[in-house]
Design a protein around this ligand. Sequence first.
Ligand code: FE
Length: 192
Amino acid sequence: MTPDLASAPRLRQFVAGLDALLQRTGDEATILSEGRVLLAELTAHDDWLPDAYALSDPERYQQYLLYADPADCFSVVSFVWGPGQTTSIHDHTVWGLVSVLRGAELCEPFMQDERGHWVPAAEVMRLEAGQVDAVSPTVGDVHRVWNALEDSPSISIHVYGANIGRVSRHWFHPDGTVEEFISGYSNPPVDG
Ligand code: FE
């Protein structure tokens, strides 16, 4: 189950804009720069995300599929971070754009040092509502993300150049081990 685009005009407009952009170009730099503008327009208003896709869970952060392109060219996902919830260090393997809809989040990019260990690549960045961050194998694909708020949930809207819940990706553990994962989604089942 994903939101009905007919009753979510802002999301529908974003999907249409992104679809048009991806029809027009496959150039990643253009996708990231123009997609960033489209995503910032979507997260400039916090009046469109259906409540069912904004629910936090005390156990772990939630990732709700909002839209999957029929050809798997892109997907739109709401991430709901409970207080204190965090990802491990992970990659994406495809381009992605992240923008905060509600609350704030912190992200820390990682890079490999000469020994092949993943180490912080830059300062922790705080993303406020409406701000956008980009990831990709070209611009930097490995990071860790967590809720900046300690007493309330935060929500971010992500778009990726694939059906991200089905993509085989990697967790990078501090001891140097690497683990493959496929995230799936937290969506309620159809008719559920
Ligand atoms: Fe990520």
